[in-house]
Design a protein around this ligand. Structure first.
Ligand SMILES: NC(=O)C1=CN([C@@H]2O[C@H](COP(=O)(O)OP(=O)(O)OC[C@H]3O[C@@H](n4cnc5c(N)ncnc54)[C@H](O)[C@@H]3O)[C@@H](O)[C@H]2O)C=CC1
Ligand SMILES: O=C(O)[C@@H]1CCC=N1
Length: 265
């Protein structure tokens, strides 16, 4: 039985491409779109069948809902009466609770909420999953099987999903923002733009791999770079003076709060 992505935008396409890289046959994957031109692009690029939402809901044994939170109620109103019992429904939207999805589907179906992130495009996603009230161990395992080929999967209680959205769902944006800011700093110091970008990206990649593979706490890794009376501490002192750590705490709390608001439109 096929799997269907409903709402094949940026995240839906990233998940679709991940499923195909993980070995799903294109003829076992369905996609739905709002705009026909987008449908042509998706069908041409991935050789999957683009179908109406109701057909996807009636045909697929697993549905991945990847529309924007603000569009979720309308999508569920459309497909809710047609989703057969036993269909696994995976919601990938920020802020939308499993209860919100369950309440709009006529049959009693297992719902699993997933917060993934765009590194799914390079098989390095962080996907946080939580079970809805009718989802059992076997459903969580099926979701793990779907998402583990494209990155890490972590089970957490649904009460932490908005925090996960703020931390890892939106997280790539914070690193890209940091890269932009560091490249600007390089430009300020007279570094050619291309050289600055290359230096910052390689520094980020090297640091990320050290964090992942060394098992050391980030404080230890930072201390190893920070010589007494040296250059790094001069920079860290400025970051502290500008309250960058406090800004991160506030920023990520704001993202969590925004997630909580999204289900109400
Ligand atoms: N972009 C990201 O980094 C992440 C996004 N998400 C979640 O993924 C979801 C999608 O986000 P994006 O891909 O960024 O947005 P997007 O706007 O690129 O994709 C949504 C797609 O759904 C389509 N759509 C809307 N209503 C539809 C309907 N009734 N039937 C069929 N298609 C419909 C839109 O035309 C659009 O192509 C959101 O709920 C977001 O919270 C989750 C994690 C990360
Ligand atoms: O910005 C957003 O609302 C989505 C959810 C997580 C990442 N992007």
């Amino acid at each position: 039985m096929p799997i269907a992505i409903l709402g094949t935008g940026k995240m839906g396409e990233a998940l679709l491409s991940g499923l195909l890289r993980a070995g799903f046959e294109p003829d076992r994957v369905l996609a739905t779109v709002r705009r026909p031109e987008r449908g042509e692009v998706i069908a041409e690029r991935y050789k999957v069948r683009v179908v109406p939402n109701v057909e996807a809901a009636q045909t697929a044994s697993t549905l991945v809902l990847a529309v924007k939170p603000q569009d979720m109620a309308r999508l569920l109103d459309e497909i809710g009466p047609h989703v057969p019992a036993g269909t696994l429904v995976i919601s990938a939207a920020a802020g939308i609770t499993t209860a919100f999805v369950e309440a709009r589907i006529k049959e009693r179906v297992p719902v699993v909420r997933v917060m993934s992130n765009t590194p799914v495009l390079v098989d390095e996603a962080m996907s946080v999953i939580s079970a809805g009230s009718h989802a059992e161990e076997e459903h969580l395992r099926r979701v793990e099987e779907l998402f583990s080929p494209v990155g890490k999967v972590l089970r957490l209680p649904e009460s932490l999903q908005d925090a996960a959205t703020a931390l890892s769902g939106s997280g790539p944006a914070y690193f890209f923002y940091l890269v932009e800011a560091m490249v600007d700093a390089g430009i300020l110091l007279g570094m050619p733009r291309a050289a600055a970008l290359e230096m910052v990206i390689q520094t980020l990649v090297g640091s990320a791999i050290m964090l992942r593979d060394s098992g050391e706490h980030p404080v230890i890794l930072r201390e190893a770079v920070t010589s007494p009376g040296g250059t790094t501490i001069a920079a860290v002192a400025e970051l502290e003076r500008h309250r960058v750590r406090a800004a991160f705490l506030d920023a990520i709390s704001a993202a969590r709060d925004r997630g909580r608001e999204l289900a109400s439109g």
